[in-house]
Design a protein around this ligand. Structure first.
Ligand SMILES: [Zn+2]
Length: 116
C-alpha cells in the first residue's frame, strides 16, 4: 500500500473514531436520562428494554472503536492492510468498505462459518 492510501485511510479512521466517540457519549447520556426516571413504575418494562438497546449499541461501538485503534497502530507500524490471520494483503476495495477490518474476506468467511 502506498503512502497516499495510508494517509487517506488514517483520515477516514480518525473521522470514524470521533463520530463513534460522540455517538457513544450520546447513548450514555440517554441511559443516564432514562435512569433518572426510575421510581415511576408505570413504564418500567419498556424502560428496561430501551436501556438494553442503548447498552448494546454502546458495546458494538466499543468493538468497532478498538478495531479502529488497532488499525491506527497498524498504520504506524506499516502493517495496515494485512490480514491478521493469514497475513495476505486485504484488497483496497474491502478496506474502502470497512477500513478497520482485521481479516481478508476468506478468513472472515471462515470465521463466520465456524460460528454457525
Ligand atoms: Zn486472511
Amino acid at each position: 500500500m502506498n503512502k497516499q492510501n495510508l494517509t487517506m485511510f488514517k483520515k477516514v479512521l480518525m473521522q470514524k473514531k470521533t463520530e463513534l466517540l460522540n455517538k457513544t457519549g450520546n447513548s450514555q447520556r440517554m441511559v443516564a436520562a432514562l435512569n433518572t426516571n426510575v421510581g415511576d413504575e408505570i413504564d418500567t418494562a419498556s424502560q428496561n428494554s430501551e436501556k438494553e438497546i442503548y447498552f448494546e449499541i454502546a458495546s458494538n461501538d466499543k468493538i468497532t472503536l478498538s478495531a479502529i485503534d488497532d488499525s491506527l497502530v497498524k498504520i504506524e507500524k506499516s502493517t495496515y492492510g494485512c490480514c491478521e490471520n493469514c497475513n495476505s494483503v486485504i484488497p483496497i476495495k474491502r478496506l474502502d468498505a470497512i477500513p478497520w477490518t482485521r481479516y481478508c474476506i476468506r478468513c472472515q468467511e471462515e470465521a463466520e462459518g465456524l460460528r454457525r
